[in-house]
Design a protein around this ligand. Structure first.
Ligand SMILES: Cc1cc2nc3c(=O)[nH]c(=O)nc-3n(C[C@H](O)[C@H](O)[C@H](O)COP(=O)(O)OP(=O)(O)OC[C@H]3O[C@@H](n4cnc5c(N)ncnc54)[C@H](O)[C@@H]3O)c2cc1C
Length: 374
């Protein structure tokens, strides 16, 4: 008998395990794969509060970031408080960054506008030619998603006694128990953190939520040969189109219109270009966004080409060698930052964090656990 069974060892399952275990509860996590292989291992590793709109969502991201930091320090997992740097090479991009900086000041969450010379001091690989401005934020943290998802289970086990059962698919959930293979395990509560798997457990309830599936193409480079560090995590001029936090900027529509007119393929494939660098010196580069029925099982070489061509407009990386390519899938709700289902007594499902699941994981899990157990 355990107090809590968690279905899924992605970051949402791990965050729930943490918040339950610190309450002294006996927690067991069941993961169908030998190790988690979903969105949580396939992302940039960007803890990215700057992408969340001012107000409650930014506060949630900030709270989540604090918990992340505490865990990263305590567990000794690699991370870098590198911050983020958005770059502007067009007047409309610079206008958006200026407006964003002003809004940030108004909300008491200031960021710094940098001149091209200041950008170069922070990030020597950023191209100076045509650069108008940079927007520096100190809040963002870089983790290595592959390492975090592989190593956090060991830490949760050693520190809190959380038990992990890898290669064990949960095939049924009832009040007070789950079925994993032929085994029935008794538990007080079940927390379903199954990511984009909406078909296996309680499919009707998930179906009713109206979640949208999104596929993203990504790449990782070999370590930079000279051992150099990139500095802050980088986002090019396409990125303000993507994050809700920039929607309050009056110049954003003009930026959007120019991109749609001059380079429509970026809209067609939902491309914006960001890069993070892990502790080994490798760059994680992406990404694209294809939704719903447009999703094919096949990755498109032209999408990678568009991403890389854009990356080279702002990063001086002549030696860049791509070491791996993959895609990831997440589910997202059109309006809510995450969704929960309570299909039967004692069972909660949590998903739908879209492209902000790494950022928000520990904050959302804290809230869901608090609300459910209080
Ligand atoms: C390419 C990409 C880039 C991203 N970049 C970022 C980023 O930089 N920053 C950020 O904040 N967010 C980012 N995100 C979003 C973030 O990765 C996701 O929101 C988050 O990882 C979702 O976590 P999850 O635990 O819900 O899902 P998952 O990571 O998919 O985990 C679900 C787990 O449940 C397991 N499972 C499912 N069903 C069962 C079952 N029946 N029994 C047992 N196990 C089961 C699966 O095997 C899986 O391991 C990105 C996403 C993608 C795809």
């Amino acid at each position: 008998m355990v107090d809590d069974v968690i279905v899924g060892a992605g970051i949402i399952g791990l965050a729930h395990a943490y918040h339950l275990a610190i309450r002294g509860r006996r927690v067991a996590v069941f993961e169908r794969s030998p190790r988690a292989r979903g969105a949580s291992t396939r992302n940039f590793g960007m803890i990215w509060p700057i992408g969340q709109p001012f107000g409650p969502r930014r506060e949630l991201a900030r709270a989540s970031r604090s918990i992340w930091l505490q865990i990263l320090v305590e567990s000794g997992l690699w991370h870098e408080q590198s911050g983020s740097l958005h770059l502007a090479y067009h007047d409309d991009e610079a206008a958006v960054l200026e407006e964003f900086a002003s809004l940030s000041r108004d909300h008491g969450d200031p960021v710094e506008l940098l001149s091209p010379r200041q950008v170069h001091q922070r990030a020597a690989r950023v191209k100076g030619e045509g650069l108008r401005a940079g927007l520096l934020s100190n809040a963002e943290i870089c983790v290595d998603p592959r390492q975090v998802v592989a190593d956090l289970p060991g830490w949760l086990h050693e520190r809190f006694g959380v038990r992990f059962h890898f290669g064990r698919r949960v095939i049924g959930v009832e009040p007070g128990s789950i079925h994993a293979g032929s085994e029935r395990i008794q538990t007080d509560r079940v927390w379903i953190c199954a990511g984009d798997d909406l078909d296996s457990l309680f499919p009707d309830q998930y179906q009713a939520l109206g979640l949208v599936r999104c596929k993203l193409q990504m790449m990782r480079s070999a370590a930079l040969a000279d051992g150099s560090r990139m500095g802050p995590m980088l986002a090019g001029g396409l990125t303000p189109r993507h994050y809700e936090s920039f929607r309050a900027c009056p110049s954003l529509p003009a930026l959007r219109q120019r991109i749609a007119r001059e380079t429509p393929w970026f809209d067609e494939y939902g491309i914006h270009v960001m890069a993070s660098q892990n502790g080994l010196g490798e760059l994680t580069i992406g990404d694209s966004h294809e939704y719903g029925d447009a999703i094919e099982p096949f990755d498109q070489a032209r999408i990678d080409d568009f991403i890389l061509a854009y990356l080279h407009t702002f990063l001086d990386l002549p030696e860049l060698a791509i070491a791996s390519r993959w895609h990831g899938v997440y589910v997202k709700h059109p309006a809510e930052v995450y969704v929960t289902i309570k299909p039967i007594e004692g069972v909660v499902g949590v998903t739908g964090l879209g492209g902000a699941g790494m950022t928000l994981s520990f904050g959302v899990a804290q809230r869901v656990v608090q609300e459910t157990l209080s």
